[in-house]
Design a protein around this ligand. Structure first.
Ligand SMILES: [Fe+2]
Ligand SMILES: [Fe+2]
Length: 502
């Protein structure tokens, strides 16, 4: 293997600075950031997600910096549950862990006594939440990206290690973003990018912290402190996904990786304590850690996504999303209550009226068996007129809506590949090629292996052609960027980085 860090210079230490400082007595109570009106978050997210270089990178960083400054200036107006003294962080964490444990025990006892699922009433509800939080989950760990440039400096050790573990240290089946991408692919939730701004606020903050870590290191440390603690929703989400036959591994992995005894939660505390104690002005440093902690509350969180789910609204959204193409796809003979389907679908706002008309005409009947539904039979089956128009997730929404209260059993909608609707036999979308059994999987695996081998060799050659350790480090860091680390080359580069840096 190429030796990357032969003469790697340790960059200047940035942690202990902490600015001019404010006397503790003059500190305002830092804490939660009030909800901001969503605007431009989606655009900001994708601009930061692109790996830019040179002047473009500086422009992106300047924009990220001013956005963070604006959020942080509002972060000190309400209260914060972090202790005043970083030495009290272990007790603070123990209290939180005990409280989460007690609430989870309460949840389990309600379930064992026959209580219903409390997060996901139906399978659609669970899948819709996975879609809603995708923009955040697909940049998991991004807030720590900027710490990589300080690998080798013991003061950054916990943060660098945490980032590399988010990347699964280069193992494809442990890379958190890769796992989430697979989850979305399996359930054909691939239109997460079109969601409203509020869904991108949190991910954009994480990308911004990663892009500007050197200027906002105390805030990065504070954000990390909040994000890596074990929340109740992680435990309940994993439990209920498992019950619904939806792979909970992404969530169960976080229960173990983020654990308080030795995992990311503990590392986050150690990083905060070590950095604060060595800062030139510990009080000011800690004030900024608390401001960064408050950034965890920006945007749509998992609990809000769960509470915001409404099956009827999701049905309207799914049908509305088809209206752009659908309005040109139907012949004039398709009429509901005298109006052509094209006319009903002429504007997305017309979808609500269209659904009511379908209900009045008996095409869509809530609380009925989908097998008897004219609308469902248009979507389901290889010879169905709208076969292939709706993704597996979208068909699930229609299926659950038609079934009404019986959807509480969490059954998967039947499909051509899964006629019985058995949730455990849902196959990943990308393997649904119609060739001899096993051929598609063999082909996909063979292609993957070939591509991986090529890209790894190419990357090794690129590294070998660079004549300075700084250039080699820069090439590696590009591959470990949030937009790339989950690719074949990114995983390979991560393994190189891990073997050189740890
Ligand atoms: Fe993670
Ligand atoms: Fe983590």
């Amino acid at each position: 293997m190429i030796s990357i860090f032969q003469t790697l210079m340790s960059p200047p230490r940035l942690l202990p600075g902490g600015g001019a400082g404010t006397p503790r007595s003059a500190e305002r109570a830092p804490g939660r950031v009030p909800a901001a009106p969503a605007s431009g978050a989606r655009e900001r997210y994708f601009r930061l997600f692109e790996l830019t270089t040179g002047a473009d990178r500086e422009t992106q960083q300047a924009a990220a910096r001013s956005h963070l400054e604006s959020l942080l200036s509002r972060a000190s107006v309400s209260d914060c549950d972090l202790p005043d003294d970083p030495n009290s962080l272990p007790e603070w964490m123990s209290v939180n862990v005990a409280s989460t444990g007690a609430r989870y025990a309460g949840y389990l006892s309600r379930r064992h006594e026959g209580g219903p699922r409390e997060y996901f009433a139906s399978r659609s509800a669970a899948l819709c939440v996975l879609r809603a939080i995708a923009p955040t989950k697909l940049v998991d760990g991004a807030w720590l990206y900027g710490t990589l440039a300080h690998a080798g400096d013991p003061l950054f050790g916990h943060l660098v290690r945490t980032y590399l573990e988010e990347l699964g240290e280069g193992a494809p089946d442990k890379n958190h973003v890769g796992l989430y991408r697979k989850l979305l692919q399996t359930h054909q939730i691939e239109d997460w990018e079109v969601q409203p701004d509020s869904h991108f606020e949190q991910g954009a903050v994480q990308l911004a912290l990663g892009a500007c870590a050197d200027e906002f290191m105390p805030e990065v440390i504070g954000f990390n402190l909040g994000y890596e603690q074990l929340p109740l929703h992680l435990l309940i989400t994993a439990y209920e996904l498992n019950e619904l036959g939806i792979d909970p591994y992404y969530f169960t992995l976080h229960v173990t990786v983020d654990n308080a005894a030795s995992g990311h939660a503990r590392r986050a505390i150690q990083a905060a304590q070590e950095a604060t104690s060595t800062a030139s002005d510990p009080a000011e440093f800690w004030r900024r850690v608390r401001r960064g902690y408050a950034l965890n509350d920006i945007g749509l969180g998992t609990t809000a996504a769960i509470e915001g789910f409404d099956l009827h609204n999701e049905l309207l959204r799914v049908l509305g999303s088809k209206s752009a193409e659908g309005k040109f796809a139907h012949s004039d003979r398709c009429r509901i209550e005298g109006r052509t389907v094209n006319d009903w679908l002429a504007s997305p706002d017309g979808v609500g009226g269209f659904v009511q008309a379908l209900e009045r005409k008996g095409w869509l009947v809530s609380g009925s068996d989908p097998a008897d539904s004219r609308f469902w039979n248009l979507l389901h089956g290889e010879r169905a007129q709208m076969f292939g128009v709706f993704s597996a997730y979208e068909r699930q929404v229609v299926y659950d809506w038609i079934r009404g209260d019986t959807n509480k059993d969490g059954a998967a909608a039947p499909s051509v590949d899964n006629p019985a609707g058995d949730p455990r036999s849902v196959r990943p979308f990308h393997l649904q090629l119609r060739t001899r059994p096993g051929a598609a999987a063999d082909l996909a695996e063979g292609l993957q292996r070939g591509l991986a081998a090529n890209s790894e060799v190419e990357f090794d050659q690129q590294l070998a052609s660079l004549d300075s350790p700084e250039a080699r480090l820069a090439a590696l860091l590009d591959q470990l960027h949030p937009s790339r680390h989950w690719t074949q080359t990114g995983l390979h580069a991560t393994r190189l980085f891990v073997s050189a840096a740890m």
